[in-house]
Ligand binder design. Structure first.
Ligand code: ADP
Length: 273
């Protein structure tokens, strides 16, 4: 059996997926990017190999992607995260893969909307990487201000009772001051969380509209684990969105799949596809 690794070095987290020659996901691991991307990426790969019972040397082909992809010099190939995300999203959607036409990806420091054609090719994309509001870092900062974990944002959202509060600041730094002001005015953590989610959802909808809202909407990246944010985006779009089982690793899985195809192409091995 041959193994293929996709390494997504993101601004916030390193995600590694390992696929077999049939492109099935056999393991994945997520660790914080920290300050030493290169060292942590190698350690994460080593640990993941141990967890699935293979040696690092058993990996036939490595594809690196994401913000820090160029630092992983041992990769056989490096690829843009837009392409890897598109391929991973369709593979992660399994029997619904042909239905995926729009991808929303929210990462630690940026957010993207990607439009796909019938064959899954990327036809358009829009990105916000200028402003932290609308990204994972903003959610992390809000959770910290509210003294809760990002993992708790979903349940707080659904515990909110009134109309979602409006967070009007368009800059993450001012939004943090606004949140502190709301706390000072005795608003509940739950209502503030709900307001934060709707303010991000409104930004995301604007981003998606730049590429066109096509049905078959898929949402991934770490913040897709936040069910409250998912709810706010669905309400703002008035559409149901599909969340894969492991939303944070889609891009690394796509990179691993690209590795299978590149290896087959380079070796002209038509028995693998
Ligand atoms: P990047 O690729 O830019 O490193 P990720 O897609 O890994 O970004 O997303 C990182 C963000 O995901 C974090 O900043 C955090 O806000 C969010 N996140 C991670 N895990 C969870 C979780 N369990 N629940 C809610 N949000 C999460």
């Amino acid at each position: 059996m041959k193994y293929f690794a996709g390494i997504d070095i993101g601004s916030t987290a390193i995600k590694i997926s390992i696929a077999n020659e049939d492109k099935n996901l056999v393991g994945h691991k997520i660790t914080a990017s920290g300050s030493m991307f290169y060292k942590y990426a190698h350690e994460t790969l080593e640990t993941l190999c141990g967890e699935i019972g293979i040696d690092k040397e058993d990996i036939t082909y490595i594809v690196a992607t994401g913000y820090g992809r160029k630092i992983f010099k041992e990769a056989d190939e490096n690829i843009s995260e837009i392409t890897a995300n598109a391929i991973g999203a369709r593979a992660a959607s399994k029997e619904h893969s042909d239905e995926i036409k729009t991808i929303i990806n929210i990462g630690g420091q940026d957010s993207k909307a990607i439009s796909l054609d019938e064959e899954g090719n990327v036809t358009n994309f829009a990105m916000n990487d200028r402003c932290a509001a609308g990204t994972g870092k903003f959610l992390d900062a809000c959770a910290m201000n509210l003294e809760i974990l990002v993992e708790e944002l979903g349940e707080k959202h659904f515990a909110s009772t009134g109309t979602p509060l409006s967070i009007n600041s368009t800059c993450a730094v001012f939004a943090e001051s606004e949140i502190i002001g709301l706390l000072g005015n005795s608003h509940s953590v739950e209502d503030i969380v709900c307001g934060v989610h709707y303010s991000i959802a409104k930004r995301i909808v604007k981003l998606v509209k730049r590429v066109g809202v096509k049905d078959g909407i898929y949402f991934d990246g770490g913040p897709a684990l936040n069910s409250g944010l998912v709810n706010a985006i669905e309400n703002e779009l008035s559409k149901k969105i599909f969340i894969p089982k492991f939303p944070q690793i889609t891009t690394s899985y796509g990179a691993a799949i690209i590795g299978v195809d590149s290896y087959n192409y380079e070796n002209n091995d038509l028995t693998l596809n």
